[in-house]
Write a protein of this length. Sequence first.
Lengths: 245, 217
Amino acid sequence: MPLLEIIDLKASFGSHAVLEDFSMSIDEGEIVSLIGPSGSGKSTLLRVLMGLTPLEQGSVRMNGRVIDYADKAALRALRSDIAIVFQQYNLFQNMTVIDNVMITPTKIRRWPRKEVEQHAIALLSRVGLSDRLRAYPDQLSGGQQQRVAIARALALKPKMLFLDEITAALDPELVDEVLETIRELSSDGITMLIVSHEMGFVRKLSSKVVFMAQGRIVETGTPQQILDAPREARTREFVSKILRH
Amino acid sequence: MSYYDGRLLLTGLLTTLGLAVAGGGAGFLFGFAVALGRTTRSRAMAPLRAALFVYCLVFRRVPFLVTLLLVFFVCQSMNADLSTLVVALITTGLIATAYLSEIIRGGLESVHADQWQAVQALNFNHWQALRYVIVPQAWRVILPPAVGFLVMFIKDTALASQIGVMELTSAGKVLGNKGLPSMLVYGMILLLYFLISYPLTRLGRRAERRLASTRNH
């Protein structure tokens, strides 16, 4: 049984459909990358799956159970299974690094503080920030903030991690440190759904690559299939454009 | 100046302080409630939002004195046996609430939408989001205009003298009528107003600095 199953999803902004007939499934331990031109609905898909944008049609199953996005308890359960890291990091500006990582486990989940703290410190040293525990987000570089955001997501021990263009807002020289962090985490076997334009990263990490355009899946395959030998003309065009850079 | 003159002045001073503190305190408390009510999104709350909107719209645009007289005459027509001090307190509360709620609402709305998105994805409910993330960030935006308003507000309480509340300005008038030199009396009144307002300004600045230091600017 797949961990996450998306069936015939549709979502719109006004009268404009941003996702249509979208179906795919993600097995436990899989790392799936979504690629495609801007505006193809990649980030919208993540937002719909998290219940941040309403879905119009279709259904989503987590562990075989259909998620009712109108049901608050179901939504809460879903959001404790899936953690998302945003393009703009979205760290809480009023809290230190360690508090950003600890607030949700301690205040919202009510896990014991001592254990949460140990876990948070371990995570932050894993992402290379053990010396910045008491810093505030705006005292950090973009890459460091994004690494805090990754630690914040992992502190919730999610079953699945969504990464929404996590390097798109970073200066080029800071991209590698963040990708390296994810690469390192991928060895843990955590299931991930990644939206990214970093093709080298997509190639190395993903077990499956989904190319989408205009809200629909065009082609799905292994990284080699999609990046080296795409079947569809649109995929070829996109891949050749993006690999040239 | 006699002992009784001094007592009168002190009573006036305390009344002015009381009006400002009670009005400002109520304004913060209810202003917060009004601001939160206005940030709700659900359809069921729409009538409440509309009522709060009209309240803020009206009370921020009517002169203090007019509101004061209105409350005074409404109380009178309802045969409510309230002292003029209570009427003045109700008025200051009404006005401070209207102004501060707008300042607080502006502060809450100044917090970036990204922060709301993050708390949502992390399963915070509305109140937890406000308490841990939104309000702490909104404070630094709320505080400077709120202190500015309160300083102005202390001075406005002088208008309560118009319905016979024995606050600082009324005390000055009484002393002047008793034959004390007006220059001396109003000079003292001026000094006393300054002495109440200035520490508030300083306090506000200190709080601003403290809030700012929690964030590296």
